[in-house]
Ligand binder design. Structure first.
Ligand SMILES: Cc1cc2nc3c(=O)[nH]c(=O)nc-3n(C[C@H](O)[C@H](O)[C@H](O)COP(=O)(O)OP(=O)(O)OC[C@H]3O[C@@H](n4cnc5c(N)ncnc54)[C@H](O)[C@@H]3O)c2cc1C
Length: 428
């Protein structure tokens, strides 16, 4: 078969790998001038490693990704350092990345709340019945079972940070998936995620996959026995097409989809993200903390501060200290239109709170990355609203972050859904 892939993120590349291995002719169209999609990175001339535009790491439970990397023979390039994650409580940060540390965290006191926190965590880790959990909101389930205090201290800030105005609407299966499928040890690829994406693309090219960079697809249409893909004013015919963009873009690319499918795509909710990457002259966290969970109520102007060089060595970045300051936001939030300078000014007081010695002249350079599609919002009974991978247009398939549910989006699940879509394309 002649197959087109729209998007050279990890989903599209994983699907292309399996389809090509099975002997099909594969062309990938990618609108950007690089591969890797949302997990792509950039590099300054004096850096050996790239930095992801949006902070990225793997969990030890990311089996689909780790299996793919093993198949490619690059398992020795995956590293799992043990960075420190911290929680905020009354002006101080406390390590929160093991059961012992969770037990010592003063934010929950040392009585019943801590026991409830522990039991709820254990239950969620052991149960597989996410279908029962998707029927209720995380807000109501957690308030009932973990208790108001534990919910407000631990879980509400996470929901508010990720989902803003939708935080009360997110279903409990999302919370279950986070607790079920995550580990405290975090991994990355030598050279950064972009290095992995580049190696993967090179491998695909070597196998005979054509990757067309800077090729923005305008439409995908059924024309008799074939599907016609239009990019750069040229149409090319394929037997099958897999689109890996956001649901919104899919609806624009294939307006001939039946109304019911289009409506399903357009009704899916998601959050965007604005993430600033800063290169600093000095280490921000004197304690060497990697991930700061910041509750919005404490007045921080971002959800997460992530000191990347407390995860991988600054030696890879010419001794620059790399820091992320990011937030999940509704498209239209002021951060999407603020200048980089104005956003930096907004963030500086928070950096001073982390380290009072921080000065504006510590900043070498900043880069601000924005995306409209960063985090799907799963509402109650979300499993009934997931668009099918095989669309009603014969030969046209769709695989996106919004369909990996009940799991939360991530490169691991992009690989899983990409490979699942490839199997479906071959079986049909
Ligand atoms: C802030 C943030 C933090 C994250 N943190 C992590 C993390 O720590 N760990 C983790 O594993 N995952 C993380 N993720 C999620 C991860 O990046 C995604 O789940 C994954 O990259 C999705 O891959 P994909 O192939 O499905 O889609 P994408 O990576 O979005 O790929 C789609 C591709 O389609 C291309 N495209 C779009 N329109 C067109 C068009 N018209 N024509 C041609 N090409 C087009 C895009 O340029 C893009 O390259 C994070 C995401 C964000 C936003």
């Amino acid at each position: 078969m002649r197959i087109a892939m729209i998007g050279a993120g990890f989903g599209g590349m994983a699907a292309a790998y399996d389809l090509r291995k099975a002997g099909h002719e594969v062309t990938i169209y990618e609108s950007a001038n690089y591969v890797g999609g949302l997990a792509s990175g950039f590099k300054e001339p004096h850096w050996d490693w790239s930095v992801e535009k949006f902070y990225h790491h793997w969990f030890q439970s990311d089996n689909h990704m780790l299996k793919l990397i093993s198949e490619l023979g690059w398992q020795d390039k995956v590293i799992f350092p043990r960075p420190l994650t911290v929680m905020y409580h009354k002006g101080k940060f406390y390590p929160f990345d093991s059961i012992l540390r969770a037990l010592l965290f003063p934010g929950l006191g040392f009585g019943l709340d801590k026991i409830r926190f522990g039991f709820v965590g254990l239950f969620l880790r052991l149960t597989n019945n996410w279908r029962a959990l998707e029927k209720v909101t995380a807000d109501s389930w957690m308030t009932k079972w973990a208790g108001k205090n534990v919910y407000e201290k631990m879980w509400k800030p996470l929901l508010v940070g990720k989902f803003g105005p939708f935080y009360r609407d997110v279903n409990m299966a999302w919370m279950w998936a986070r607790i079920k499928a995550r580990t405290t040890r975090l991994g990355t690829f030598e050279g950064g995620f972009q290095n992995f994406a580049n190696l993967f693309a090179e491998k695909l090219r070597g196998m005979g996959v054509e990757i067309r960079l800077g090729a923005k697809v305008e439409s995908v249409k059924r024309e008799q026995a074939q599907l016609s893909v239009r990019a750069d004013g040229q149409s090319v015919s394929f037997d099958k097409v897999l689109v890996t963009t956001s649901p919104n873009l899919m609806a624009k690319l294939a307006p001939d989809l039946p109304q019911s499918y289009l409506k399903g795509l357009l009704e899916l909710k998601s959050m965007g993200a604005v993430v600033m990457v800063l290169s600093l002259k000095h280490q921000l966290s004197k304690e060497g903390y990697y991930w700061f969970n910041l509750p919005k109520e404490a007045g921080f102007p971002m959800l997460a501060l992530v000191e990347h060089t407390n995860f991988v060595s600054k030696a890879h970045f010419g001794d620059d200290h790399i820091l992320y300051a990011g937030d999940y936001l509704e498209v239209g939030h002021e951060y999407f239109s603020m200048s980089d300078e104005a956003l930096l000014e907004r963030f500086i007081p928070a950096l001073k709170k982390i380290n009072p010695e921080f000065e504006r002249d510590w900043v070498n350079k900043v880069w601000v990355n924005k995306t409209n599609y960063a985090q799907p919002v799963p509402l109650v009974n979300h499993s009934k609203n997931i668009p099918a991978i095989q669309t009603p247009i014969e030969g046209l398939y769709f695989a996106s972050m919004s369909q990996v549910y009940p799991w939360d989006r991530g490169t691991n699940f992009a690989v899983e859904i990409g490979r699942r879509a490839a199997r479906m394309m071959m079986a049909a």
